[in-house]
Design a protein. Sequence first.
Length: 151
Amino acid sequence: MEPEAQAYVDSFHNLWEQARQALKDLPPQALNWTPLPRDTNSAAVVVTHMCGSAALGVYQALTGVDVRRQRDAEFRASAQTAADLLAVVDRIEAQCREALEGATTNALAEAFAPPGRDPLSRRGWVQRSLTHLGTHVGHLQLTRQLWEARS
């Protein structure tokens, strides 16, 4: 694997592990709970959205395989168990790793534009996805903390 791609794999893995820790042992009622009545998302929504985003920005950007992302539906997601969400995290991390394992420096420099979006280098999509994932892992951690601190 190219050193740049390995660095991305390692960085993504670190974030996925943080997401797993935030989900670990959460009871079912916590997964669909929102900290505020408006303008916040449940753990299920955050995980579904960050996985959809990574699938597009890494897997689809690098392989060209249409992941058929339905972004609006991500914000209506719910989950029955933490294991359900962890399975999605595991699947998306594996897909992203697979795509990155085959990524060359030249391929990362190529342009990619999903339908309705402006072109950006494949590297740019991976970097954007990494930043986006980090932001949402923070949201997930805060949601867990608020769940645990509620009165």
